[in-house]
Ligand binder design. Structure first.
Ligand code: TGC
Ligand code: FAD
Length: 390
């Protein structure tokens, strides 16, 4: 196949600033040169190229929208374009950056003490330290408010007990942002460092999705951490949900990247694959699929861009972010399935990126709030009635 040609049917390029285009192109070129040559092998072996993490730091990816502590202070559209380009490489690469930026650096920056910020943000920004985010538990996924993990105050420590499951970057993290209920039953956020006695991790194997990403279980057994490791300024579910709004925003853009990769690949394949004496791109049914993909990608681009502009104005609402995450990931998953179909048998091998994206997007559809949970978040917003059972 030829090099990726970009997907811009509506002249969206003209709606971007010079800086936004430069940021996007820098990440696009890096993904092309440094990541794409490695990803198929990592996907096969079920590993993540951890040696690239400091390079992502150097590129300014981590905490890109934060100000100070070495962070790039970019706007939200530029950050969205970064996640788009990372996920054009692989959802696992974007996941690594989302967790570090939105789920670890953002809460430290927003809810943390000055000492916590100074200790962690510069190292996390440079990719010298890695973080993970523990919210989901074996029995509490969509309903994190019912979590069982406890952080009870004993003398000059909090003592954590419980299990977090499906945690991206869990076993390679230097610090875990862990959400647990305190003595008063309120949810709080705690920083747990690797090596703390009573804290252990176990990687999850046998994944058919997100193979080039580390997913772990975190276990806390009478794990004692100092009092100063609690976030001082947040209590309740809005703490973790506030972080999720940041990460879901990045996913709304990232999914476009995965869809672009699949569409561009399927289009090039269809233009060169000959059956019945013609390129398959000449058949009406194949054209219909390609046009569906491009139309949905274009709609998703406009949705993400306007959401980014609202976020930069400070007016984006969590429910609008839910709509974009829900729609754009659905669009990307359908695009990947359709691109796989257009490629026939060739679509199932990892010589082509399409099946890898398709499998990854099954996870993206589920994590950070499932498609149906986001439907219910928007449903509650427009009707004023909650379908969550309360
Ligand atoms: P609800 O009553 O809706 O909200 C409780 C409090 O939180 C506030 N809130 C938010 N604040 C900021 N941002 C948001 N997005 C918020 N959504 C809600 C809300 O105002 C309220 O505040 P207050 O002050 O009144 O107490 O709570 P609920 O229990 O009814 O929530 C239900 C639901 C389903 C919406 C919520 O629990 C949910 O979103 N569930 C999905 C769980 C989820 O997304 N988990 C993701 C885990 S992390 C992950 O998947 C990382 S993948 C990483 C990667 O590799 O990229
Ligand atoms: P469940 O909540 O058990 O849902 C199962 C099904 O029931 C879904 O279809 C859901 O939509 C449906 N359902 C549930 N409640 C309702 C309802 N009220 N109405 C209608 N339908 C409903 N979590 C973290 O905390 N940190 C991470 O870093 C992280 N990384 C992840 C990485 C991977 C690879 C994966 C797969 C998951 C990760 N997660 C992480 C967990 C993820 O956020 C959860 O899987 C997700 O929130 C869904 O929870 P669950 O899997 O328990 O599904």
């Amino acid at each position: 196949m030829e090099k990726f040609r970009g997907v811009d049917y509506y002249g969206i390029e003209e709606l971007l600033t010079e800086e936004e285009r430069m940021v996007r192109d820098a990440i696009r070129d890096w993904v092309e040169a440094e990541f794409l040559p490695l990803v198929a092998q990592h996907h096969r072996e079920g590993t993540f190229p951890t040696h690239l993490i400091p390079k992502l730091g150097e590129l300014g990816v981590f905490g890109a929208t934060l100000k100070g502590y070495g962070c790039a202070g970019l706007n939200n559209v530029a950050y969205g374009l970064i996640t788009q380009e990372l996920e054009r490489g692989d959802s696992g690469l974007r996941s690594c950056a989302s967790v570090q930026s939105s789920l670890v650096m953002y809460p430290i920056y927003t809810y943390g003490s000055e000492a916590q910020k100074e200790k962690w943000l510069p190292r996390l920004q440079r990719g010298e330290a890695v973080g993970c985010f523990g919210l989901t538990e074996p029995d509490h996924g969509s309903d994190p408010g019912s979590m069982k993990t406890r952080a009870l105050k004993k003398g000059d420590s909090y003592v954590l007990n419980g299990t977090k499951l499906w945690i991206t970057n869990g076993s390679i993290a230097d610090v875990a942002v862990v959400w647990a209920k305190g003595d008063d039953g309120e949810i709080g956020g705690y920083l747990v460092e690797t090596g703390t006695p009573g804290f252990s991790t176990l990687d999850i194997h046998g994944k058919f999705s997100m193979r080039a990403s580390i997913t772990s279980e975190l276990s806390f057994q009478d794990c004692r951490i100092p009092l100063e490791n609690k976030f001082p300024t947040v209590t309740g579910l809005r703490g973790p949900l506030g972080c999720l709004s940041q990460a879901r925003y990045g996913i709304a853009w990232g999914a476009i990247g995965a869809a672009m990769a699949c569409y561009d690949w399927a289009l090039q394949y269809a233009q060169t694959r000959v059956q019945f004496g013609k390129p398959i791109a000449q058949f009406q049914l194949v054209q219909r699929k390609l046009v569906w993909m491009l139309t949905e990608i274009t709609k998703a681009q406009l949705l993400a861009l306007q959401l980014g502009r609202l976020k930069d104005q400070g007016t984006a609402r969590a429910q609008q972010i839910s709509m974009a995450k829900m729609n754009n990931v659905w669009m990307a998953l359908e695009t990947a399935r359709m691109a796989r179909d257009v490629m026939g048998a060739a679509g199932i091998v990892d010589e082509h990126p399409v099946i890898r994206h398709m499998l990854n997007l099954e996870t993206v559809n589920t994590y950070e709030g499932t498609h149906d949970i986001h439907t219910l978040i928007v449903g509650r917003d427009i009707t004023g009635l909650s379908a969550f059972g309360d």
